[in-house]
Design a protein around this ligand. Structure first.
Ligand code: FE
Ligand code: FE
Ligand code: ZN
Length: 276
């Protein structure tokens, strides 16, 4: 069975998201751990989390994906920005202890002119601290489009993060189809080649989740603008190959396309129809 879900609003808790996911044909979902502008996250309701875990089991859910605020930048030059990233990151991991089996996905960060190497060093510093606290949640590094001074647009950069931190053995990767195409990995014409490179540089055993998005921009544009499935430069034929690929078909897929719930329901149905 295709493991698929979409990005949902977390404002009404886990159980609400679980039911919403199910109502649109999904068996997992993604959510932001808090408002992207930061600030206090809503307190976890342990009863809601426990009820959801039971619900997820009954409905055979794939792991859910908690996404850190995209404003979080552990690689920032500004100490205050880094300190904010640190507090949010460690607090999120603590809160995720209520939903064992979830993944925590984050954008590695932007080095803002300090250089990729320094950016990676700072990211590893935060991951080291997270590792020392011993959370159980698997942390996922998201593949980025390489926009601006983003770290993570090349597989080698994710490898360097994995190698540079004590958290390394417990890190995974979330592959975003829009981002890697924008970054310059030609998944349309050479999916096998890109996966072979991923395997060589990072290792396919690290690949835990897929952000399944079309892109508004052509190959190697370094833009990061998501498009509805089949309406962008990746195209429907690509997505059919992609979700059925022997190395990918068992992974959970999360839609982050520009849609409301109804549009997500349509895309989930579309992809299910293409899944063999
Ligand atoms: Fe993301
Ligand atoms: Fe993404
Ligand atoms: Zn994106």
């Amino acid at each position: 069975m295709l493991k698929i879900g979409c990005h949902l609003s977390a404002s009404k808790g886990y159980m609400h998201m679980g039911k919403e996911a199910l109502s649109i044909g999904g068996n997992t979902f993604q959510f932001f751990t808090r408002n992207p502008r930061g600030g206090q996250a809503k307190a976890v309701d342990p009863e809601d989390a426990a009820a959801f875990l039971q619900f997820a089991k009954e409905h055979d859910f794939a792991p859910i994906l908690a996404h850190a605020p995209y404003t979080l930048n552990p690689a920032a030059a500004d100490l205050k920005v880094r300190e904010f990233a640190r507090m949010v990151f460690l607090d999120d991991l603590e809160r995720l202890e209520y939903v064992p089996g979830a993944y925590y996905n984050f954008h590695p960060g932007s080095h803002v002119g300090q250089g990729t190497e320094e950016g990676i060093r700072l990211i590893c510093e935060l991951l080291d601290e997270a590792a020392e606290r011993g959370p159980h949640t698997t942390i996922l590094l998201e593949t980025m489009s390489g926009k601006g001074s983003e770290v993570g647009g090349r597989f080698e950069e994710l490898r360097a993060i994995i190698d540079g931190t004590k958290a390394g053995p417990r890190l995974g990767v979330c592959l975003d189809t829009c981002h890697i195409y924008d970054a310059g990995y030609d998944i349309v014409n050479d999916l096998d080649g890109v996966l072979a490179e991923f395997d060589k540089v990072i290792g396919l055993d690290r690949l835990k989740a897929i952000h399944i998005n079309d892109t508004k921009n052509p190959y190697q544009s370094h833009k990061d603008r998501h498009e509805k499935i089949g309406r962008g430069y990746l195209g429907l034929a690509f997505f059919e190959r992609f979700i059925n690929h022997p190395l990918l078909r068992e992974l959970p897929f999360y839609l982050e396309t520009p849609n409301e719930l109804e549009g997500y329901a349509e895309e989930i149905a579309l992809l299910k129809g293409l899944y063999r």
